[in-house]
Design a protein around this ligand. Structure first.
Ligand code: AMP
Length: 249
């Protein structure tokens, strides 16, 4: 976002987390607790859209407390279709069996209704439960839109990660990279429940020790151990001194 673009006053958080529920209920519980903290602090949420897993739970919780206008989901077309057709993805919460892929049986008319998410009778992601949904063509558009929303948010805006898989890891690390490159200076908070992210935090220490990440970039990603610490971490975030001074305007 160009530096001159006007910022809002309401803080916006983008939550990265799993599109599956995980096995230990502590992770779904952390989604509910984060939703409550966001409500109490008057935050708006932007997330990857949909109803599934930990992502859906954060959204559902905040909408139930702050109303549908507090949440904006941004989801690529292929993923919203997979909400309707769960066989299109493997159920990651079970440990046995491989991907269960089925031939699509949806008619083109049904696909069209799904793709709009505007028809209240056909809505896959109901606005009353999950807030506003924007359907985008691809993952890059989604990520750019989510990042723009945060950058345009009021003081205390930032990215927050709960537990998740490859998708969550990639989203977090992309925002860390953008911060290091000077594309943004937005807080990135890692909620390390039950030591879930210990491996990543350990890797950062190794990368610093081996000379691949500068010490001044060590704190781009800030760890908290409970959802209750998230808002303070966002508001008290210190921009890392070792970011690159690049001009992206
Ligand atoms: P993961 O941590 O691997 O579960 O990835 C989280 C990411 O899952 C999201 O940001 C999406 O890119 C992706 N994703 C997969 N299925 C869905 C879905 N049905 N709705 C929304 N996002 C999904």
């Amino acid at each position: 976002m160009p530096a001159s673009q006007e910022k809002g006053t309401v803080p916006v958080v983008c939550v990265f987390c799993a599109s599956s529920p995980g096995i230990d209920p502590v992770h779904l519980e952390s989604a509910r607790k984060l939703g409550k903290s966001l409500h109490e602090a008057g935050y708006q949420l932007v997330y990857g859209g949909g109803t599934m897993g930990i992502m859906g739970e954060v959204s559902r919780t905040l909408v139930s407390l702050s109303g549908p206008r507090s949440v904006h989901g941004i989801i690529p077309r292929a993923l919203i279709r997979s909400e309707k057709d769960p066989n299109a993805r493997e159920n990651t919460s079970t440990s046995n069996g491989g991907p269960k892929r089925a031939e699509r049986t949806m008619s083109s008319e049904e696909l069209q209704r799904i793709d709009s998410n505007e028809d209240p009778d056909a809505q896959i992601v109901p606005e009353s439960e999950f807030g506003r949904t924007t359907i985008v063509p691809d993952m890059h558009t989604r990520k750019r839109m989510m990042a723009n929303s945060v950058q345009q948010g009021g003081p205390g805006s930032g990215f927050v990660a709960l537990a998740g898989g490859y998708g969550t890891m990639e989203e977090v690390m992309e925002m860390v990279t953008w911060n290091q490159l000077g594309i943004h200076q937005v807080p990135i908070i890692l909620v390390n429940i039950k030591g879930y992210w210990n491996g990543l935090l350990e890797w950062i220490k190794t990368a610093i020790r081996e000379g691949f990440v500068g010490e001044g970039a060590a704190n781009i990603l800030v760890e908290v151990k409970s959802t209750e610490e998230v808002i303070d971490a966002l508001k008290g975030y210190q921009v890392a001194p070792g970011r690159y001074k690049m001009d992206w305007s």
